[in-house]
Design a protein around this ligand. Structure first.
Ligand code: FCB
Length: 442
């Protein structure tokens, strides 16, 4: 059997990613908590509740787990509704708590990557119309200033808004996230406000902290023509790529938001990106369907023989990771994989998923793509939005009732990758022998 180690550049960031509402618990003052109280919104009526109890102090033990697993970085988010419980009030205790967590990261030799908005909004903002109201831009930049002033001594890497495309799509087109709308003109307004809010945050951060690096955590989805030779399937693929993948990153680099039959100059958004953070999970096949203009003329599905996750949410398609990085390369910026992972309660698939995706990242590194880090989603099972607790993305299993954590084999595999700063054949032999010959061909 061929043996080798695929090494990564020195200083590569290896970590996991989390978000405030999904791990802190008792986030009672945001729109997601309110959404969870409404019937039919969350699968099985599940609630975030205590989540992983980070606000109760369990961030310490979980960050110990990450550090013992040789992770040298962690991505987490600040909960806006804690920092600014009402428009007129800053909660200095909450801010201190975040400062303590940042010190906790440094104490464990972990670099923090901090997201300022990860899906959840303060109730007061939602009541004002949330992201549809252009006043959000001013409110967001005030909040960002407050946080950056408080945390700048600990944080150099910032993500403004997590997955703006998913926020628009699920909140305003499909209606599965709050505010549960299915309204294209609202969706467009929200998208414009997200671009403006990102730009305002970018400028605010650089004013306070000129050396900071400000980026995205952008959900890139792979799209592939079901019939590669079909011009119609390829047209639907192009439409999807333009709207879902390209529109937002282009807007915040070029200063122009472009959609089919729509173009808007947002000059303040030009060149407001220092690094491109990519969240990559999966890739769809697309068939052209004339009857679905609202779905950009496409039927999306996974191939019949796909390697599917527990609930069928994710198809394991690692080549899409390489394609994502190739796409990202076009922006001529440093890149970070800000999320990648799979829901897999009994860990039968995750080891091979990790190996195959890290392998694709390594391939891209070998083309000299400027990739600076990889953050696995996620450390410990957490509250997965409208899918509640039905999806288990953690390297560690969580018993939600008892708060007991149990290590999955993937945690040990990932620890070895982080420790060696590379992927070695002995790891594949141990954790995913079924793909050994593919990764290390004779
Ligand atoms: C991403 C979200 C993250 C998590 C993963 C599974 O879209 O950013 O919060 O839910 O999916």
């Amino acid at each position: 059997m061929a043996q080798a180690t695929f090494y990564f550049p020195r200083g590569f960031l290896w970590g996991t990613a989390t978000s405030s509402h999904q791990v802190e618990g008792n986030n009672m003052n945001n729109n997601w908590w309110a959404w969870e109280q409404e019937e039919g919104r969350i699968l099985n009526g599940e609630k975030s509740g205590l989540a992983c109890d980070w606000w109760g102090g369990r961030w310490r033990e979980d960050l110990d787990r990450a550090a013992e697993g040789h992770q040298n970085a962690h991505r987490l988010s600040i909960e806006w509704s804690r920092v600014q419980p009402t428009p007129e009030r800053w909660d200095e205790d909450a801010i201190d708590r975040y400062r303590e967590i940042m010190r906790g990261l440094h104490g464990r030799d972990m670099t923090p990557l901090v997201t300022l908005h990860h899906f959840s909004d303060p109730i007061w903002l939602a009541e004002m119309g949330g992201w549809e109201n252009s006043a959000v831009v001013g409110y967001f930049s005030k909040y960002v200033r407050k946080v950056v002033e408080a945390l700048q001594e600990y944080v150099n890497l910032w993500v403004t808004i997590n997955e703006p495309n998913i926020l628009v799509l699920l909140g305003y087109v499909y209606g599965r996230f709050p505010p549960g709308k299915k309204n294209m003109s609202a969706a467009l307004q929200v998208l414009i406000n997200l671009v403006r809010a990102h730009a305002a945050a970018y400028h605010a951060i650089h004013e306070i902290q000129p050396q900071a690096r400000v980026g995205t955590a952008y959900n890139y989805r792979g799209f592939q023509a079901h019939k590669s030779w079909s011009p119609l399937d390829n047209t639907a693929v192009n439409l999807h790529s333009k709207v879902f993948n390209d529109a937002f990153p282009r807007a915040i680099t070029q200063g122009v938001l472009r959609l089919p039959f729509f173009r808007k100059h947002i000059p303040e958004a030009k060149a407001t990106l220092d690094f491109l953070g990519i969240n990559y999970y999966t890739k769809d096949n697309i068939s052209f369907n004339l009857l679905k203009p609202k779905e950009l003329f496409g039927d999306k599905f996974y191939p019949e023989d796909a390697d599917l996750s527990d609930t069928g949410f994710i198809a394991n398609r690692p080549t899409g990771m390489f394609e994502a990085l190739k796409w990202g390369r076009g922006y001529n910026l440093p890149m970070i994989i800000t999320e990648n992972g799979v829901e897999d309660a009994d860990d039968h698939m995750r080891p091979r998923f990790i190996i195959q995706h890290v392998h694709q990242v390594w391939r891209a590194v070998n083309f000299n793509y400027p990739i600076k880090g990889y953050f696995h989603w996620t450390l410990v099972d957490n509250f997965e939005w409208e899918r509640g607790w039905t999806q288990r993305f953690g390297l560690w299993d969580l018993d939600v009732k008892t708060q007991r954590r149990k290590k999955r084999p993937s945690a040990d595999l990932y620890a070895q990758i982080c420790l060696e700063n590379g992927l070695a054949s002995h790891m594949v032999a141990k954790y995913a022998p079924e793909i050994y010959a593919k990764i290390f061909p004779e």
